[in-house]
Design a binder for this molecule. Structure first.
Ligand SMILES: O=C[C@H](O)[C@H](O)COP(=O)(O)O
Ligand SMILES: C=C(OP(=O)(O)O)C(=O)O
Length: 352
């Protein structure tokens, strides 16, 4: 299509995934590192590794410097808790909205409403690459199926979010994603949609997707069974207490999918009060002590606690422009305490 026709149609071509990957290639050794990170996550899922999974980081990333500052601190913490916790950093570049709002770094990298997806794709890929170079596996929400291919060589853990877990299109996308996938319960609290999603995404199927060359193709995929449920609470409140967890685990078992569960300490499990995540972690530690099938936790955390209004300027350094986050000091403290509890549980399991 020529450019004047594009203008008439108000269309702007996007670079292909192959073009972006050529512009920002994986440096030597980085693909191997991502492969190792994915294998570590799969080992945890299969209980071949006794560590506890902790997916932590900002609700959304908007500022490169603050994100890498956070990543550096998390990488240092990983050194201290490496025998107990596997830390994975949230690098969420796409945001699902309940109605309307900023859709994340990919869509609106300057946060000024000037949608510039070509720039957003580059900034997002660069950020993920830099986080991996610091030694951390990357977690993100796979939201727009058209965009998954721009990051599919970088991400180790994907969320299928509460707003999309019931969508067939997203389940099809998930069936072709690499790494481990966490399926969240729906915003109304229902978990059956997430369990159905796990089963659907694990099945071999033929999907449509946009390939690296930008063509829409029909592709046969084997399915991805490396998945687990994420409990994030719902309309009626938190859903990680013992009875909910055990009920969900039984339903997972009956469906024949992985029955260990990740507890999202944020979202409806903390009523969007970021500080409450600390209490959720304490309660999860108790669940662990009493033998509940918990795989790990998720936390929304940034350098500075709370959140600030979305703005085009830099705003307060290291503070979320979407959901409120826990500050770094409290995050570090909560994770160190969790590591102590995991160590105790590991010792208990070894001596049982
Ligand atoms: O985690 C992020 C938010 O909860 C999610 O993107 C929905 O945000 P919204 O309800 O403000 O649109
Ligand atoms: C949007 C998110 O979560 P949920 O899908 O649970 O609302 C998130 O983790 O950023």
């Amino acid at each position: 299509m020529n450019s004047s026709l594009n203008q008439q149609l108000n269309q702007r071509p996007l670079m292909t995934a192959a073009e972006l990957k050529k512009k920002l290639p994986l440096p030597p050794g980085v693909q191997q590192r991502v492969d190792q990170q994915r294998e570590q996550l799969k080992s945890l899922l299969a209980e071949k590794d006794s560590r506890f999974l902790a997916i932590v980081g900002p609700c959304s990333v908007h500022d490169r410097e603050a994100t890498l500052d956070y990543a550096q601190r998390l990488a240092e913490l990983q050194e201290r808790v490496g025998d107990q916790l596997l830390l994975v950093m949230r690098v969420y570049v796409e945001k699902p909205r309940t109605c309307l709002g900023w859709k994340g770094l990919v869509t609106d990298p300057q946060r000024d409403g000037q949608i510039d997806i070509n720039t957003g794709l580059q900034s997002s890929r660069q950020l993920m690459l830099d986080v991996i170079k610091l030694g951390l596996p990357v977690a993100t929400e796979a939201l727009n199926p058209h965009l998954a291919g721009y990051f599919d060589d970088l991400v180790s853990w994907y969320a299928l979010g509460a707003r999309t877990t019931e969508s067939q299109t997203h389940r099809e996308m998930a069936s072709g994603l690499p790494g481990v996938i966490g399926f969240k319960n729906a915003t109304d609290g229902s978990i059956d949609v997430a369990i159905h999603a796990m089963k659907a995404a694990a099945a071999p199927q033929v999907i449509t997707r946009i390939n690296a060359a930008g063509q829409l193709v029909q592709e046969a995929v084997v399915g991805n069974a490396d998945s687990h449920l994420v409990l994030r609470g719902g309309k009626s409140g938190p859903n990680y207490e013992s009875a909910s967890l055990l009920k969900a685990s039984r339903e997972l078992q009956a469906t024949g999918v992985n029955s260990r569960i990740l507890v999202d300490a944020s979202h409806a499990n903390c009523g969007k009060i970021a500080e409450r995540q600390v209490q959720v972690l304490e309660e999860v530690a108790e669940l662990l002590r009493t033998g509940h099938p918990v795989l790990g936790i998720m936390m929304e955390s940034f350098l500075r606690g709370g959140n600030q209004p979305l703005q085009a300027g830099p705003g307060t350094y290291g503070q979320s422009m979407t959901d409120p986050c826990l500050d770094w000091e409290a995050t570090q403290q909560a994770l160190l305490q969790l590591a102590v509890e995991v160590k105790r549980a590991q010792h208990q399991a070894e001596t049982a």
